[in-house]
Design a protein around this ligand. Structure first.
Ligand code: NAD
Ligand code: GLY
Length: 365
């Protein structure tokens, strides 16, 4: 299968769970991009009230060619709805419409819809196929790829979930035109992340092309999404279930999660917290003697130019430390941070609380 000539395919190599990520303009309405999906009588599109009026009709039109019945589940919008209740709404529709185990689920939306739909697919009748149709930049470069699916629990974000890979990911770059600026910048944080952790020349490229990226130039966006997906595919292909290497994808996330949780989810977007968290993690890499001071300034500049906040909120050092101890990477109460060991190479390290406190004091409040 090869969708429109201008599109590009990045393979995720996971043996029998391998799948393609197709990236290009106009993929949602390119008939070729929809060929070869699992055969079934019913397709179920899970989306939300914001995305449905924008893109549901065109997705339904494509699905009606291949499936006898197309069912929609339109959920409320927001991270607060990535929960058990929404998951049950999906199951209510699936059972209410007598969907069998060959039914294919389609996640049309950002990371919230993608994570929730993937988890619903993992659970329904012990697993049905699903396809990711990511509509945010963050979802195209990160959350739709790699099979992490989850819903939130009142006691923790993404705490109930499964590793469950999609059959295909279709990244239609055109849908990013309707994304609000703040959401777009949040997605750029995850793009920037890939440079320091895995590809120094990609960081050079991002810096040089930030004006084009901020203008949502199609060629610049195509390269950014493609290179991000290639790096994520390379990492996930080696460590699907985060036994080790995959943790590097969490660069900036330990500080970032503390910011998100400390302020209350939704105050800062996930990508905004990650952008600021990367500056703090760069500072920690510097204070551990791994990276020069200029690296911290470099990340600060690129994050700021991408429209991201670069100074953390004043939660107080003890609260930051407390929140970081519940990070999934913590072991026996010790916080472990993704640090940059050299440009393009990351590792996981512990650090004394006093040193982490200095980092927070330098970049928050
Ligand atoms: P989101 O899904 O909440 O989408 C952001 C906002 O943009 C929403 O209001 C949404 O309705 C709207 N939107 C989506 N597409 C649009 C479009 N094309 N035009 C206009 N508006 C549009 O947020 P997100 O940043 O995409 O995802 C964040 C979620 O992803 C979090 O729950 C996070 O935990 C998860 N995540 C998962 C992974 C993973 O590996 N599974 C990785 C990173 C983040
Ligand atoms: N977003 C981090 C991961 O997929 O592992």
């Amino acid at each position: 299968m090869s969708p429109a000539a201008a599109s590009h395919t990045v393979p995720i190599e996971l043996g029998e769970r391998s799948y393609p990520i197709h990236i290009g303009s106009g993929l949602l309405t390119d008939p070729v991009a929809w060929e070869g999906l699992p055969r079934a009588s019913t397709a179920v599109v899970v989306t939300n009230v914001t995305v449905a009026p924008l893109y549901l009709a065109r997705v339904r039109q494509m699905l009606q060619v291949h499936y006898t019945r197309v069912v929609d589940v339109v959920l409320p919008d927001g991270e607060e709805h990535k929960d058990w209740h929404s998951l049950n709404t999906v199951f209510d529709h699936l059972l209410g419409q007598a969907c069998d185990r060959r039914t294919v689920l389609f996640a049309l939306g950002g990371g919230v819809i993608g994570d929730l739909t993937g988890f619903a697919a993992a659970c329904y009748m012990r697993g049905v196929p699903f396809v990711q149709l990511p509509t945010t930049l963050l979802a195209q470069v990160d959350s739709s790829v790699g099979g992490k699916t989850a819903v939130n629990h009142p006691m923790g974000k993404n705490m109930i979930g499964a590793f469950y890979q999609p059959q295909r990911v279709l990244c239609d770059l055109d849908v990013l035109r309707t994304l609000p600026d703040r959401e777009y910048s949040a997605g750029l944080a995850e793009v920037i992340k890939y440079g320091p952790i895995a590809d120094a020349p990609f960081l050079d490229w991002i810096e040089a092309n930030l004006p084009a990226l901020m203008a949502r130039d199609p060629a610049a966006l195509a390269h950014a999404v493609r290179r991000s997906c290639e790096i994520k595919a390379w990492v996930v292909g080696q460590d699907e279930r985060e036994g080790g290497l995959r943790a590097i994808l969490n660069f900036g996330h330990t500080f970032g999660h503390a910011i998100e949780a400390g302020l209350g989810y939704g105050e800062w977007l996930h990508g905004e917290a990650v952008g600021c968290g990367m500056v703090m993690a760069a500072e920690l890499s510097h204070r551990l003697g791994l990276m020069p001071a200029g690296f911290v300034q470099r990340l600060r500049d690129v994050a700021q130019r991408a429209g991201l906040p670069v100074r953390g909120p004043d939660l107080g050092v003890p609260r930051y430390l407390e929140l970081m101890r519940v990070d999934k990477k913590a072991q026996d109460g010790e916080i472990r941070f993704v640090v940059i060991e050299s440009l393009g190479r990351a590792g996981l390290r512990g650090a004394p609380d006093a040193l982490v406190g200095e980092v927070i004091a330098a970049h928050a409040g």
